[in-house]
Design a protein around this ligand. Sequence first.
Ligand SMILES: [Zn+2]
Length: 151
Amino acid sequence: MTDRSDRAQRSWNMSRVRKGDTEAEMLLRRALHSLGFRYALHKKDLPGSPDIALTKYRTAIFVHGCFWHGHNCHRAKIPSTRTDFWTKKIAGNRARDERVERTLTVLGWRVIIVWECALRGSRRIGAQAAAIRCASFLRNTKDTKIEISTH
Ligand SMILES: [Zn+2]
């Protein structure tokens, strides 16, 4: 890759960085971009404003923080204080996620959930591996949803 296309890619990436984007999300975007995918971010006209929207594939990608979205994994332990509060809060988030996914499916969109533990932490599979799994989901149109995580 020449300097020029390196620079072009970097500025394309940078143009899409905004405050509040998580590191995990940016790792995945970069990996998808390097596989040749182009996407829209936080598309407001789609249910749930998906983190990444592959319009050409009618596929929405959400990068979910394991704690906030209630993943059943080592990174999502409910705190031992205010346990009720956290349990309800996270159950509410999960219910909303399910509504969003259903609505997207009804609209003919497919859904990829990438759990943060797939991208960060000791048990990660890494952004490159996650992006490759996204790519194989996009090619195989039988399924309407996949989740990518450590296990
Ligand atoms: Zn997780």
